[in-house]
Structure formats: C-alpha cells, structure tokens
Design a protein around this ligand. Sequence first.
Ligand code: IPD
Ligand code: CA
Length: 274
Amino acid sequence: MKAQNDWQQILIQCKNNVQTSIKPCLKTIKEPQPDLGKGAGGDAMKPVDLAAEKAIVETLKKHDVSFTLISEESGVKKFGATPDECYVTVDPIDGTTNLLHGLPFYACSIAVSRKPAVGDVYAGLVVDLFHDVTYTAFKGKGAYRDGEKIETSKTVSLDEAVVGLDINTYKVKEVAPKLTALIEKTKHIRHFGANALELCYVANGLTDAFIDMRGKLRTTDVAAGFLIIKEAGGIVTTPENQALNVKLDPKQTLSFIASGNMQIHKKIVSLVKS
Ligand code: IPD
Ligand code: CA
C-alpha cells in the first residue's frame, strides 16, 4: 500500500504522462477519428481516450502499484499481486466532445480508494488539460489548485450565484421540469461540458454549485471531483439531500447536487424536484 506522499508523486506523474501521451492525438484531432468501438461506459472510444488511459496504467505499473483499474474505457481490470487493496478509478478524458470540437474545456480524472465506492476515495486529481491547471485532494488534508489551497464559495443567495447544470440529454422533457424552479430563482446558469472539471470549479469557488439530475452520469467522471469539493469545504448529496455513497463502476450512474456551502445547498435542494 502506498503512502500519501507516494500518491502525491504518482498522481502528478500520471498527469504529466497523460499530457505528453495525448499530444500526438491533439495534432490530428481535426481529422476523422477511427472507430474503436464503445468503451465500458458505453460511449464511443477515441484514440485520445485510450492514449490517456494507457499513460495512467503504465505510470502505475512503473511505480509498482497493485491495483484494480475502474475505467470508463477499458472497464474493470486487475494489475499486480494484490489488486483488491487499491482501486484506481479513471475518466481518462472527461469532455471528449469538447476536445474533438476544439472547445478548451476537457480534463483527466483519477481517484484512488481502498474500496470501490465513491465515499472511500482518499486521493483525487483532476487536470484541466487545455489550461494545464491541476486540482488535487487527499482525505482530511484539503484541496489544492496547482499546489495552492482552495475553498468553495461563501455565496448563499441564488440572486448572486453562478450555478452549473448538466442538461445534456435527449430526455429533456423528464429532466427540465425538475430544474425549472431553481432556474427561475438563479441569477446565472452555466454548462461547460466536462463534469469532472465543473466540480473543480465549485471546489475553487468559481461557481457556487453544480447539479446533474439526468441519472446518466457515470461514477468514473465524479470520483475525484467529489473528494476535491468536499475537501474544499463543499457539500455533495443526492437530489434528496442524502449521503451519496454509490459504487465505483464504469456502468454505475448517479444524480447529484454539489454546492459550495450548506446554506445554498439547502436552497437548491428545496427547489429541485427529485
Ligand atoms: C461527459 C462530460 C459531459 C457530460 C456527459 C459525460 P465524457 O464525459 O462529463 O459534461 O454531459 O454526460 O459523458 O464522456 O467526455 O467522459
Ligand atoms: Ca471520458
């Protein structure tokens, strides 16, 4: 089992190797992308997704980590002699559509836990790959942006708030009515298209909350981001304001409300219909 200091270095090494490994893919991103079939999470895989995942796996192997990989692309795979001691949950590229369209908002997310459950994550890293900004957190040790401690927003009034909503779904007739009352009361609504990074924006106090009520987001996308928000002082619950401890699995989906502080969280929960 690796210590916290080891993980700090290993996660940064993973990030560096992801950044290097995707460079060739970024050069050819405007060209038609080969059909690589579907990943374990159900979305079409692109060379850039696989390059990022390979960089993470190779880095962990190089550091002699025994682990179970839980990835949106390759699914669940075991490596080393004691893979049940450590789970590494990854979304190699979160926001692949943004990346393919040249939209500068996509990330890589890596979470480490002793059990395959969201509540057990003890180390997390999300890197904004376009802007080269890294968010990290270790359980009980706070959250950091490029090494500087970060905190969630203190804004409690929806009149002043910037709230992120993921409404990216064909089932808008089911999802939109749940959010109408909140949208009516909120000054600014945003959606950038990479959930892992949108969670870090809440952690950093850039936005005041982020909500995904579609019931289709995978736990691989949020495993690191949830820890980063909580360590920055924020709150993450189910839409019913219950503790969120779902399984880490490429097929496991969820809905959630993540807020910068308890006061705004309660207001949001009371306005959202679950
Ligand atoms: C996607 C992003 C996006 C969300 C999609 C996810 P991916 O992740 O997080 O914001 O709306 O549902 O699939 O597929 O690019 O890893
Ligand atoms: Ca992905």
